[in-house]
Unconditional design. Structure first.
Lengths: 139, 139
């Protein structure tokens, strides 16, 4: 599956899983995200978070290498696909970039139009798109 | 969310994301799995796999600490939940344990009843169940 197809499928997904490296092993959380060319944006919203959910920020600060997975599951395994984006994460500090990222998130998610995220905005610069689809594998 | 609730929700999910530690960062793949008390089983089936998909086995051999995420996404964010199982992964070599794990997988997935996985069976001994639900957070 080429990078353009991977990115298109990935962007079509409403949620993904973000893996970061912790001191005692990998850490993984579900995220919502927006795709902007080879960059992903995901935000920490204003809801109360447990220490565990914020672990992602600590991990990224120490080791910015991350992997993000979007996939489709179905009872019919002939329609499965997944796409993995490997990249480098950072917390957005520039206010224009933040506004742009939040605009993209609000355009994708109605819940973010009602209430914009107030927490950190994470940018992930994707260095590799990899994917697999059952349809592609069978052809 | 207590461990029993986490495990019940996790077991109700048909797919999860498995994060392992690679040399250049975290690695993440979608998996199907069966839950047996505090153990998860997931198999490599007989379909052709790319080098990337088998990366999980190499990673586990070098660093058995893994994290597995099951979650529910919905447009209505009030019904979201996720559960993360942190644990220690190993490849099952004992034939009785392998048969037991495959039985559990076949009981959960019709596709595995039609054709049992022929590849490696991974066992993940869960050391921690953590979870969050929007319903629980709001109450």
């Amino acid at each position: 599956m080429d990078a353009a197809t991977c990115r298109r499928l990935f962007a079509s997904s409403l949620r993904a899983a973000l893996a970061t490296s912790g001191l005692r092993g990998p850490h993984i959380v579900p995220i919502v995200f927006a795709v902007d060319e080879n960059r992903l944006y995901t935000a920490i919203d204003q809801k109360p978070k447990t220490t565990n959910r914020l672990q992602r920020l600590k991990n990224i600060e120490r080791d910015p290498a991350v992997a993000v997975l979007a996939d489709r599951y179905a009872d019919d395994w002939a329609s499965l696909w997944w796409v993995r984006a490997d990249g480098v994460a950072s917390t957005v500090t520039d206010s224009e970039t933040r506004a742009h990222g939040l605009d993209l998130l609000a355009a994708k998610y109605p819940a973010y139009r009602d209430q914009r995220p107030h927490g950190a905005l994470i940018a992930i610069d994707v260095t590799s798109w990899k994917g697999w689809s059952a349809a592609g594998a069978a052809s």
